[in-house]
Design a protein around this ligand. Structure first.
Ligand code: ATP
Ligand code: MG
Length: 429
């Protein structure tokens, strides 16, 4: 497609990406924009980032840019760093089947290693969807569309390059990507691309947990989480990601689904209005009912008290989930905080209410309580509403609220205080 036949203008391309391509061109290499950025520009969207491909090898790229870092084990890539913007530059990838020493597949057909350089045609064939295999050449301002991606864009279809079953077996994450693009680009997955998904969904259990963590962030924290969740559920792709919730996803809508969908809807709104989100909140949401259930079971079966049962349940559930999707420590600590505070928020007497307000994770825990309240109604919603009022009340009104609480609850038998621990203990650490 020469310049006159497509809508991509240099104005829409990052200056740094242009610089990188010009320098590669001047050194005698070819250089193209490819993938998501070309697709998004063709759709009239603003690209998230700009990826470049070239026939220069990583070492040759490094020789041209001082601000270059080589990364990646599965496939070596160059990152050209311009302050906060990173332009990713990859060497054309080739076919893998011919030489078994550089490409390895497991019994399910999954690619384990593929470090082969190739031509632009080969590079295009190895890409996932037809709309992701369009190349923009800054030397001629033309777009080369190897797999008829333009047609997919016109039809609003997610269409895999090649035989879908083979391509999913090579890399099961492509099933997640199909759904992600359908939700994000508001497209449908065409029938041939959709057909094998349900049958091959289980292959996701072979993907390393660290990669699935990255994918999970893209699925749920890119502003289209709710729609992505619904599509993943429709294609039976949730069970292999969250095995503990398998039954919940397969059954008709329940309070579990209600809570997850409510939180995803709020998350999308926050992202689309530029507010911060944390993966911890989402993980806390997804695994909340499994924790509650497991804690109840531990109480009745192992005879543990509520407090201990809940603590053990939190650890067990996080551990089980992280067998499938990695949960980095910096997030799991926050997940625990959010959960733990759910136990504390009902107990508001005296100074406790103020201590809770000043807890660093109060806000997240309160938001979580509110989501639970809106899902389940009843006492939980009342409790959440109480906290809504209390936070913004004047000191005098806060005092009144606590007094009212004391009077209401005063009719119930008061718990005896636990004996204080000896002072020396608490200072020992
Ligand atoms: P986004 O805008 O969400 O980043 P993207 O298409 O740029 O979408 P990336 O994950 O950044 O997605 O990948 C960049 C490009 O690399 C894709 O457009 C595609 O051509 C190729 N690609 C990425 N992952 C795969 C995969 N698993 N199999 C084949 N090709 C892939
Ligand atoms: Mg991208």
């Amino acid at each position: 497609m020469p310049r006159a036949e497509h809508a991509i203008s240099r104005e829409d391309i990052s200056d740094n990406a242009l610089k990188v391509m010009y320098r590669l061109n001047n050194a005698g290499f070819s250089a193209y924009l490819v993938g998501g950025c070309v697709r998004d520009l063709m759709l009239g969207h603003k690209p998230k980032d700009f990826d470049v491909v070239t026939n220069a090898t990583p070492e040759q790229i490094k020789g041209l840019f001082r601000n270059c870092r080589l990364i990646g084990r599965r496939f070596r890539l160059a990152h050209i760093v311009f302050g906060r913007e990173i332009i990713e530059v990859a060497t054309f990838r080739g076919h893998h089947n011919e030489d078994p020493s550089v490409a390895k597949q497991d019994d399910e057909g999954q690619l384990l290693r593929d470090n082969v350089f190739g031509t632009i045609e080969e590079d295009a064939e190895r890409r996932d969807f037809t709309f992701n295999a369009m190349y923009y050449d800054v030397a001629t301002f033309s777009v080369t569309d190897f797999a008829n991606g333009i047609n997919a864009i016109k039809r609003g279809e997610v269409d895999l390059i090649g035989d879908p079953e083979v391509r999913y077996r090579e890399d099961p994450v492509r099933m997640l990507r199909a759904v992600r693009f359908a939700a994000k680009l508001d497209m449908t997955i065409n029938p041939r691309t959709a057909k094998p998904i349900k049958e091959l969904a289980h292959l996701l259990s072979n993907i390393p947990p660290a990669r699935l963590f990255e994918e999970m962030l893209k699925l749920f924290l890119s502003g289209h989480g709710l729609q992505t969740f619904r599509l993943l559920r429709e294609y039976n792709l949730l069970e292999p990601l969250f095995p503990m919730l398998g039954k919940v996803f397969a059954a008709p809508d329940s309070k579990e689904i209600g809570l997850i969908e409510l939180v995803l809807k709020n998350t999308d709104e926050r992202i689309n209005t530029g507010q911060r989100v944390t993966p911890a909140f989402l993980i806390a949401t997804l695994l909340w009912y499994p924790v509650e259930e497991h804690a109840t079971k531990l109480q009745s079966e192992a005879g543990l008290n509520g407090h201990d049962a809940f603590n053990i349940a939190m650890g067990d559930i996080l551990h089980r989930q992280s067998q499938r999707i990695m949960i980095p420590k910096r997030f799991s600590t926050v997940v625990r905080d959010i959960w733990h505070l759910q136990q504390r928020l009902p107990r508001r007497f005296g100074r406790r209410a103020f201590q809770l307000l000043s807890h660093p994770k109060f806000r997240a825990a309160y938001d979580f309580l509110l989501a639970r309240g809106r899902t389940e109604g009843g006492d939980l919603l009342e409790l959440a509403d109480w906290w809504t009022q209390f936070q913004d009340a004047s000191p005098a009104n806060q005092k009144k609220m606590l007094n009212t609480l004391r009077q209401e609850e005063g009719r119930e038998p008061r718990k005896r205080r636990r004996p204080r621990k000896p002072k020396s203990d608490s200072h020992a650490q």
